[in-house]
Write a protein that binds this ligand. Structure first.
Ligand code: SF4
Length: 329
């Protein structure tokens, strides 16, 4: 053992599994890459395709231009809509301008959109459990007429929310919520409105639930937890919350350079995970940074592998004949 190694304190790093990229994020990134191949640069992307700077910066280098709204997209360039989903008015505006567009909305978010439409067709009012201002919430609200859906963020709101009289109710949820918080809100809604219609299957997606369960599995052993993800990434924020609730101080970081070494101190066991929009290369970057200061032993938790894969839009995988003809997903 050389002098430098001998001077480093030991550190067990428990790496949660599963972690990192989900099938919806993987698909959204591939859609932008394929659109760049198919149409050439620049390809416009409405909103961050997924919430993480590393991925957004790499796509920007390849020729993607990120914009907030459709009116920033020139008529002659294609535009991709982000994985979080968009209100119906967005593709309608794109069609009105005859823009070429590709919708990278995660199929699990689209499933919630279709459920919302069906419930409104049945004449129900929807109580939507989610976080105000999140792009997925804005997208889902934009699937149904104004006033037909009400946001519920907390148990207290579930107990007090005003609902229209003589209208049957249903609830739906954002895909990236805390499993535990959502269960408490659902219980409060069911206690107050016994006949409220629940979704046929869970709206919180497999990736969100699995990553939270993986944190719960390792957190009891850990002194500290690092979660790789953006501060505006709902599923990543929930992972840090899950650890904190188990009593493990947790921090959200986007890159190794964000590690607050004073806060980290000298833990014996550090938990490490990554939100659904964080690639594995960032996990490796963090482990490498830890190795510079600690004698690291890595342990990856056992888990059942995820096998979810979503199909890419046909327009990007079929012959290029359609390019520039205004076809759309
Ligand atoms: S976190 Fe879930 S809903 Fe969001 S993109 Fe990934 S799989 Fe889809």
């Amino acid at each position: 053992m050389d002098e430098l190694t001998a001077s480093k304190p030991p550190l067990r790093v428990l790496i949660a599994a599963p972690r990192g990229f989900c099938a919806g994020v993987d698909r959204a990134i591939q859609i932008v890459e394929l659109a760049l191949e198919r149409f050439g640069a620049p390809v416009y992307v409405r909103h961050e395709i997924v919430h993480i700077r590393f991925v957004v910066d790499r796509l920007r280098q390849l020729g993607a231009i990120f914009v907030d709204e459709l009116d920033e997209v020139p008529d002659d360039r294609p535009v991709v809509f982000s994985a979080h989903g968009v209100p119906k008015s967005v593709p309608q505006s794109a069609q009105a301008r005859n823009l070429t567009y590709v919708d990278a909305t995660c199929p699990l978010v689209s499933k919630v959109h279709r459920q919302a439409e069906r419930l409104i067709e049945e004449g129900r009012h929807i109580l939507f459990i989610g976080h105000s201002g999140h792009p997925e919430v804005i997208g889902t609200f934009g699937q149904v007429p104004d006033g037909s859906i009400t946001l519920v963020e907390t148990v207290e709101e579930a107990q007090s929310v005003a609902v229209p009289e003589s209208v049957e109710l249903a609830f739906l949820t954002q895909t990236t919520l805390s499993v535990d918080d959502t269960a408490a809100i659902v219980d409060a809604l069911k206690a107050r409105f016994p006949s409220i219609r629940a979704p046929r299957s869970e709206d919180i997606c497999y990736a969100t639930s699995n990553r939270q369960a993986a944190v719960k599995a390792i957190a009891p052993e850990c002194d500290r937890m690092l979660v790789i993800g953006a501060p505006n990434s709902s599923n990543s924020l929930r992972l840090a919350e899950v650890a904190e609730r188990i009593g493990v101080p947790a921090r959200l970081i986007e890159r190794a350079s964000d590690i607050d070494w004073d806060w980290l101190g000298r833990p014996a066991i550090l938990g490490l995970t990554a939100g659904a929009s964080a690639p594995e290369v960032l996990v490796r970057e963090v482990v490498d940074a830890l190795r510079e200061r600690f004698e690291v032993t890595e342990e990856i938790a056992d888990h059942t592998p995820e096998r979810m894969i979503f199909k890419l839009p046909r327009e990007l995988t079929s012959s290029p004949a359609f390019a520039g003809e205004g076809d759309r997903t």
